[in-house]
Design a protein around this ligand. Structure first.
Ligand code: P6P
Length: 341
């Protein structure tokens, strides 16, 4: 039963030039995740349910847990000294650490401290999403937004924590994907899902069909494709939609499937944020053998222009994403118009 700390340390040994800074940064994230997990597990008792009474840059009601988690992740990263700045869903502006200790940090972090937090009060699984980049500005100087506005291809490490029936941390440093289950009785994460690979095909499609009439034609055609009765291709597929990105993607990583949050007539760029939702999840899924795009271009190749930029997301089993992309290309005149291309 290898612990997460042992696993990270073993992996570090595989990198001769490693200094241990990334190891310490991953451990800082793990500490904050344990604190968040503790509160989520007793949310109904800890006065952590419901709205905080403020809104975030997205204009969304902040949940008490959003603020609690954001504070703890920022605190852990600030005092860890490896991180020079954070882009968080909960903060309009970049969080730049001004102390000299943090300014020496080699890395910056993009994070969604608690994704899907409104699900807490109905006891639906939620998650934390993070990605780590090497800063492009000189160590010792104050970090800046250019340190975060990097393509997902530049991600050094990415992961998520799913606070579900069990708490599992899934992460990659670009050399495969591994999952660790938290044992609260000893306060440790243990390797439970070694070398995770997403099936190339699946029979689950995950999309909020309430928005059907606003979808691009290519998405509508793909949904109808999923519903065709054809036993040879295991259709009709099953539809599953939890309304929690980490949960929907984790299920597909384990079982196979596709998750789609498309652009639509109301929101041409969709709802999900590139930097701290789509890119980290895309990095993880690609590392597990899957695919992630905006329907046309791979998520990891998209050059960000803003830390809260939104993009459409098609993510999951490689062949399923490619089939959806075929429909998008075939009917792209509609999507390009939506995208204002
Ligand atoms: P909708 C949760 O609010 C979230 O950001 C993701 O976790 C989830 O996939 C998506 O929004 C659900 O959005 O519009 O279907 O409720």
């Amino acid at each position: 039963m290898k612990t997460l700390v042992e696993f990270i340390n073993d992996k570090q040994i595989e990198y001769p030039g490693a200094t241990g800074d990334l190891t310490r940064l991953l451990n800082d994230i793990t500490i904050a995740a344990k604190i968040v997990n503790r509160e989520i597990r007793i949310a109904g008792l800890a006065d952590i349910n419901g709205r905080h009474g403020s809104t975030n840059i997205q204009g969304e009601d902040q949940q008490k847990m959003d603020v609690f988690a954001n504070d703890h992740f920022i605190n852990a990263l600030k005092h860890g000294g490896q991180c020079a700045a954070i882009a968080s869903e909960e903060n309009e502006d970049l969080i730049i650490f001004g102390n000299a200790y943090s300014q020496q940090g080699k890395y910056v972090v993009a994070m969604d401290p608690v994704d899907g937090s409104s699900n807490i009060e109905v006891n639906v699984p939620i998650g934390t999403i993070f990605s780590i980049y090497k800063r492009v500005t000189p160590e010792g100087s104050s970090a800046s937004v250019e340190d975060l506005l990097q393509k997902g291809r530049n991600i050094v490490a990415a992961g998520y924590v799913i606070y579900g029936s069990s708490t599992i941390l899934v992460y990659t440093t670009g050399n495969g994907v591994n999952g660790f289950t938290y044992d609260p009785s000893v306060g440790l994460f243990f390797l439970s899902h070694p070398d995770m690979r997403i099936p190339e095909e699946g029979t689950i499609y995950s999309i909020n069909e309430a928005n059907y009439i606003y979808f691009p034609e290519g998405v509508k055609r793909y949904i109808k494709y999923c519903q065709v009765d054809d036993k040879a291709t295991h259709r009709p597929y099953n539809t599953r939609y939890i309304g929690s990105l980490v949960s929907d993607v984790h299920r597909n990583l384990v079982r196979g499937g596709i998750f789609i949050y498309p652009g639509n007539a109301k929101n041409p760029t969709g709802k999900l944020r590139l930097l701290y939702e789509c890119a980290p999840m895309a990095f993880i899924i690609e590392q597990a053998g899957g695919k992630a795009s905006n329907g046309f271009h791979q998520i990891l190749d998209i050059e960000p222009y803003g830390i809260h930029q939104r993009v459409p997301l098609f993510i999951g089993s490689k062949k399923m994403v490619e089939k959806a992309e075929e429909f998008m290309f075939e009917f792209s005149r509609d999507f390009s118009r939506l995208q204002g291309a």
